[in-house]
Design a protein. Structure first.
Length: 110
């Protein structure tokens, strides 16, 4: 039987003009919140690119979901808390998009 690992990728787009405020809030508030997520064993954060329209694309990859049930629980509970915290701080200044990825044991995404 092939073992599948489930990841969640969260992309965040924000305007270059709020970069300093975002980076400070991310370090002081968001990353500590991510550290306390129940079903996450580890995460990777990257600031990916400056998009042509003056937005910055950042990504956090959350690892450690045991099965689809834990993913659903995360999406219905903990992700909502993260989204609300971001919205409370930045209103519409930060756009959040999520994707679920599964990786087979051989390293192929499905």
């Amino acid at each position: 039987m092939i073992q599948t690992q489930i990841f969640i990728s969260i992309s965040l787009h924000y305007l270059e003009e709020i970069k300093a405020e975002w980076e400070q809030w991310r370090e002081e508030s968001l990353i500590p919140m991510v550290h306390n997520l129940m079903d996450i064993t580890s995460f990777y954060w990257t600031d990916v690119a400056l998009l042509p329209e003056g937005k910055i694309d950042a990504n956090v990859l959350l690892l450690g979901f045991e099965n689809q049930e834990t993913v659903e629980g995360f999406l219905q509970n903990e992700l909502i808390i993260l989204e609300e915290a971001i919205q409370n701080e930045f209103n519409e200044g930060v756009l959040l998009m999520k994707s679920q990825l599964s990786v087979l044991e051989q390293g192929r995404f499905i």
